[in-house]
Design a protein around this ligand. Structure first.
Ligand code: XUL
Ligand code: CO
Length: 436
C-alpha cells in the first residue's frame, strides 16, 4: 500500500464551529452527555465491508474506487486492507470496528483453508488493536455471498449447507470472543424465500430456531460474555426474509424460547424498507426489552432498496437518539456505520469526511435528545395521557382482576360515556421543533 493511504495525517479532533481542515464540529468525545462521555454513549464503530471491501459497483457499472488492495483477493491484499482500515480507525479516533469473516480474508478452497485465512488476519487485528486502542463491536459470518448459500444458510433445504453455515459461525464466534468482541451479529441474508412453490416455511423456521439455539449454546460453552444480536431486514436479497422486522423477530425468539438470550441490531435503512420509521423499530425493541445495537445509516425514501447512505439528517437522528437514550442507551451495543460513500466519492479521504460528518450528525442528535430528556415535557405529556392506567381500577384491569363481566357491569352501572381527550399532535410537533 502507498502508506499512508489518506492525505489527512493527524487524528481528527473536536474543534467547535466551522474550520478549514477536517474537524469534528459537534462530536466531542469527552463531553458529558446524559451522565456519560459522548464517546461512551455513542460507541461508534466503522464497518469493514462497506469502507474497505465495496468497490463502488452498481447494477449497471463496475468498480469505481480502485483501492490498491482490491486488485485481487489475496492474503497479501488482505494485510494491506487491514493497514488501511486501522489507519482510518486511528484518524477517526473511533472506539470500535466490525467485520464479516469474508471481508477480512479471502475464502479458500476448503473451509479449513478459509478458517486459516480468517485466523491469520485475526492475529494481525489482535496486534493492531492493542496499538490503536480500537475494540471490536461485533463480528459476523458472511452466510450469503457464496453460491452454496443461494437457498439460504440455516433455512437451506439441504442439511449439509446448514452444517457448513454452523461451522463458519463457530469459527467467527470464537474469533470474536478471542478479540474481546462485545457482541456477535446474525443477519439472515438469505434466510427467506423467492417462491413458496419450492418452500416449506414450517421446516425453514424450525431450522432457523435450531440454528439460533446452537449459536447461544456455543456462546455459553466458550464463555463468550457478549450479546448475540439478530439484525432484521424485510427483503433483499430474498423476496421475503423471516427476520422481517423487530416484531417478527420477537415472535420467533418467543417461539424458540430465546427472548432472554438474543437482542436486536436495528438498521435505519432496513426499518424503512419494512415500511416503518427507524424510531418505530427502536421504540418497539426497547419496549420489548430486546434493543441491542444499531446499524447507523440512511435509506433513500424514493428508492426501494438498501442504499446504505451515511446518516446526515439531524431531526431523524434526534428522534432516534431520544428513543434510544430515554430507554437507557445501548448497553454492549453501539452505533455501527453500516454505510457506504456514494460511488462517485472515489477519493480515500471521502471515507473520512463521510464518517466525520455522520458522527457529527449523530452527536447533534444526541445533544438534542439530551435536551428533550432533561426537559421532560414530552415524557410528561405521555405519562399524563396514560395516567388512568396508574389508578387502582386501571391497575386492577391489567393485573387480571377484572373480567368482561366485571367491566360490562361497571360500565352499565356508571351509565356515562368516556370523555375523548385531544392527542395534541401539532402541539407536540411544535415542541419537538423547539428542541431542534
Ligand atoms: C445487509 C446488512 C449487513 C449486516 C451484517 O443489508 O445490513 O451488512 O449488517 O451482515
Ligand atoms: Co446492517
Amino acid at each position: 500500500m502507498n502508506a499512508p493511504y489518506f492525505t489527512q495525517k493527524q487524528p481528527i479532533k473536536y474543534k467547535k464551529g466551522k474550520s478549514k481542515g477536517l474537524t469534528y464540529r459537534y462530536y466531542d468525545p469527552d463531553r458529558m452527555v446524559l451522565g456519560k462521555r459522548m464517546e461512551d454513549q455513542l460507541r461508534f464503530a466503522v464497518c469493514y465491508w462497506h469502507s474497505f471491501c465495496w468497490t463502488g459497483t452498481d447494477p449497471f457499472g463496475g468498480d469505481t474506487f480502485m483501492r490498491p488492495w482490491q486488485a485481487a483477493d489475496t492474503m497479501e491484499n488482505a494485510r494491506m486492507k487491514a493497514d488501511a482500515a486501522f489507519e482510518m480507525f486511528e484518524l477517526l479516533g473511533v472506539p470500535f470496528f466490525s467485520f464479516h469473516d469474508r471481508d477480512i480474508a479471502p475464502e479458500g478452497a476448503t473451509l479449513a483453508e478459509s478458517n486459516k485465512n480468517v485466523r491469520a488476519i485475526g492475529e494481525v487485528f489482535a496486534r493492531k488493536m492493542e496499538k490503536a486502542k480500537v475494540r471490536l463491536l461485533w463480528g459476523t459470518a458472511n452466510l450469503f455471498s457464496n453460491r452454496r448459500f443461494m437457498a439460504g444458510a440455516a433455512t437451506n433445504p439441504d442439511p449439509e449447507v446448514f452444517a457448513y453455515a454452523a461451522a463458519q459461525v463457530k469459527n467467527v464466534l470464537e474469533l470474536t470472543h478471542e478479540l474481546g468482541g462485545e457482541n456477535y451479529v446474525l443477519w439472515g441474508g438469505r434466510e427467506g424465500y423467492e417462491t413458496l412453490l419450492n418452500t416449506d416455511i414450517k421446516r425453514e423456521l424450525d431450522q432457523l430456531g435450531r440454528f439460533l439455539t446452537m449459536v447461544v449454546e456455543h456462546k455459553n460453552k466458550i464463555g463468550f460474555k457478549g450479546t448475540i444480536l439478530i439484525e432484521p431486514k424485510p427483503k433483499e436479497p430474498t423476496k421475503h426474509q423471516y427476520d422481517y422486522d423487530v416484531a417478527s423477530i420477537f415472535g420467533m425468539l418467543k417461539a424458540f424460547n430465546l427472548e432472554d438470550q438474543v437482542k436486536i441490531n436495528i438498521e435505519q435503512n432496513h426499518a424503512i424498507l419494512a415500511g416503518h420509521t427507524f424510531e418505530h423499530e427502536l421504540a418497539l425493541a426497547a419496549g420489548l426489552g430486546i434493543l441491542g445495537s444499531i446499524d447507523i445509516n440512511r435509506g433513500d425514501y424514493l428508492l426501494g432498496w438498501d442504499t446504505d447512505q451515511f446518516a446526515m439528517n439531524i431531526p431523524e437522528m434526534a428522534l432516534a437518539c431520544y428513543t434510544i437514550f430515554k430507554a437507557g442507551g445501548l448497553g454492549t451495543g453501539g452505533f455501527n456505520f453500516d454505510a457506504k460513500v456514494r460511488r462517485q466519492s472515489i477519493e480515500p479521504d471521502d471515507l473520512l469526511i463521510a464518517h466525520a460528518a455522520s458522527m457529527d450528525a449523530c452527536a447533534r442528535g444526541l445533544l438534542i435528545a439530551e435536551k428533550m430528556i432533561d426537559d421532560g415535557a414530552l415524557a410528561d405529556f405521555v405519562a399524563e395521557r396514560y395516567s388512568g392506567w396508574d389508578t387502582r381500577e386501571g391497575k386492577a384491569i391489567l393485573a387480571g382482576k377484572r373480567s368482561l363481566d366485571d367491566l360490562s357491569a361497571s360500565v352499565l352501572k356508571k351509565g356515562v360515556e368516556p370523555q375523548p381527550k385531544s392527542g395534541k399532535q401539532e402541539y407536540l410537533e411544535r415542541l419537538l421543533n423547539d428542541y431542534l
